[in-house]
Design a protein around this ligand. Structure first.
Ligand code: COA
Length: 175
């Protein structure tokens, strides 16, 4: 249910979208504290795709209003936990990552659309989508639970001597 007047279109992210995506993520960071435990100055580094296999934006009236990606790093603690839970090898898993929606469009169904779109594209890469989410990110956790993703474990990754990144790990519903 997308209740906004102008239609929203999901399309592959292009190089020309980089600045608009970053601008949107900085707004999300200011509103939601995602990405967690980072300053605004660290957000561009976080967003720079290192192992991005595919990414999509949501566009409305020519503006980027949402983003989601699939990452395929060769090794990663979340993938390793998901491998143990699913029995699938790492090369058959993809990390669904960098999901965010413009603050003014929340609860209109766009997060769900982006999540389903990316997870639905993973089999085309020969992979099953899995993800991690900060335990404090209540809206995102609620979305994954509502969409039938299965929580398979948690991770506590030390960021420095004082800060711990507490994550839940989820695997997508079996198709
Ligand atoms: C998580 C996020 C992408 C959800 O986007 P959204 O477009 O608002 O979500 P949707 O409208 O598609 O919500 C679908 C369902 O998820 C659940 N949900 C979403 N946000 C929720 C909230 N704030 N509280 C409770 N449930 C929520 C509900 O079940 C909702 O269905 P309903 O509206 O019919 O009750 C958005 O809140 C966001 O960008 N958050 C900041 C970035 C972030 O945390 N990203 C996740 C990184 S792992």
């Amino acid at each position: 249910m997308l209740t906004q007047d102008a239609p929203v279109r999901i399309r592959p992210k292009g190089e020309a979208d980089a600045a608009a995506c970053l601008e949107l993520l900085l707004r999300v960071h200011a509103t939601d504290g995602y990405p967690m435990h980072l300053t605004a100055g660290e957000v561009p580094g976080f967003f720079t795709p290192e192992h991005e296999a595919a990414a999509w934006v949501a566009e409305r009236d020519g503006a980027v209003v949402g983003h989601v990606a699939l990452h395929t790093p060769p090794e990663d603690p979340t993938l390793e936990l998901a491998r143990d839970a699913t029995g699938l090898p790492l090369e058959r898993l993809a990390l669904l990552a960098r999901l965010f929606v413009a603050p003014e469009l929340r609860r209109s169904g766009l997060g769900r659309v982006l999540l389903r779109h990316a997870a639905g594209q993973a089999p085309g890469l020969g992979r099953r989508a899995v993800l991690d989410v900060g335990q404090a990110l209540r809206a995102a956790v609620a979305l994954y639970e509502a969409e039938g993703w299965r929580r398979v474990g948690e991770l506590h990754l030390p960021l420095d001597d004082e800060t711990m990144l507490d994550l839940w790990v989820y695997v997508s519903p079996e198709s």
